[in-house]
Design a protein around this ligand. Structure first.
Ligand code: NAD
Length: 307
């Protein structure tokens, strides 16, 4: 999609982080907005910001991990504006935890918000966009964690791979079935300084932690929180995200990356697959050290001999 002025953007997770940055750029480009978030107060703050800029905005408090909320959101957008030109599936959460530690309830929560929410909205919005027949776009926020894997956060890597594969497959089907007016992208950044580490703030009531759950008093859990805070608060500044993503939507690029220095890690995983090499955490962590600027003789040796 090349024209944004007076077009309608539906943005999930607009209360904070990337969602707020997408909102800013959409306003700058003259779009009309339907914004959704589970957090009513944060959503209201974003709405007030848009109104101060003279933008056109409606909001819907919605838990996108629930199909009925996604349904209400899409209906409300159509009742309000009569069209949807840009869908930004952004709402998501992240946490660590070994598969042997993390309670199954947490897997269900992260799966429903990081994966099912994309399905709930796409299955409703694609027919609307197809009927419109005008240039439309769907942006699914996945992650670098949707292009490569490492340890520590299996629930995050798994859900982000799901959402990347889902978007790729849906995009093939749009092309195969001749729905050429809808383009798609996945946004795959590494760490960016947002509020992502405060995921507990967005825990829906039905995933409430039972008072006697040992995981939440364990050292493993406390360490995960510390690690998350460190990587997110030392991540890239968030303010370039809006322009970067919209410029790529304009160019109809499918893969939107923000950290080119991470490409050796993606290449490493692909090479492992093609060469039928076993995943080896030592090499992956050496190379990620290189990406983060921690150069060691071992990492240089690795790059020279394995890529
Ligand atoms: N920040 C990073 O380093 C990073 C990197 C790669 C991908 N991402 C992805 O970017 C997306 C946005 O995250 P962010 O970094 O801006 O974090 P953030 O926590 O600042 O923003 C996420 C927003 O989603 C909302 N949300 C959470 N659960 C929801 C639910 N059930 N229903 C509706 N809204 C809900 C939150 O209220 C919040 O406003 C996520 O999908 C995340 O996985 C983030």
């Amino acid at each position: 999609m090349k024209e944004f002025k007076n077009k309608v953007a539906l943005i999930t997770g607009a209360g904070n982080g990337f969602g707020f940055e997408f909102t800013k750029e959409a306003v700058r480009r003259g779009m009309k907005l339907m914004l959704a978030d589970i957090d009513a107060a944060d959503l209201e703050r974003t709405k007030q910001w848009v109104l101060e800029q003279g933008g056109t905005v409606e909001t819907e408090v919605a838990d996108l991990s629930l199909e009925e909320d996604a349904d209400r959101l899409v209906r409300r957008t159509m009742e309000t504006y009569g069209q949807i030109d840009l869908l930004m599936n952004n709402a998501g959460i992240a946490f660590g935890g070994l598969v042997t530690d993390l309670p199954s309830r947490e897997w269900e929560w992260i799966f429903h918000i990081n994966c099912m929410s994309h399905i709930y909205t796409m299955k409703r919005v694609i027919p609307i966009m197809e009927k419109q027949g005008t240039p439309c776009h769907i942006l699914n926020v996945t992650s670098l964690a949707g292009l490569l894997t490492m340890g520590d956060m299996p629930s995050y890597y798994a859900t982000k791979h799901f959402s990347t594969a889902l978007a790729e497959s849906v995009y093939y089907d749009l092309q195969r079935t001749g729905i050429n007016n809808i383009k798609m992208s996945v946004f795959c950044p590494s760490y960016v300084h947002t509020d992502l580490h405060h995921y507990e703030r967005h825990r829906p009531e039905r995933y409430k932690i039972p008072a006697d759950d040992p995981y939440y008093t364990s050292e493993a859990y406390k360490n995960e929180l510390k690690k998350a805070e460190h990587v997110i608060t030392t991540g890239s500044p968030v303010d370039t995200v809006g322009p970067l993503v919209f410029e790529n939507i304009e160019k109809e690029n499918f893969y939107i990356q923000m950290h080119p220095n991470t490409k050796p890690l993606i290449r490493h995983r692909m090479r492992d697959i093609l060469k039928e090499r076993n995943p080896d955490f030592r090499f992956t962590y050496d190379i990620s050290g290189l990406v983060e600027g921690r150069v060691s003789l071992k990492s240089i040796w690795y790059v020279l001999t394995h890529l």
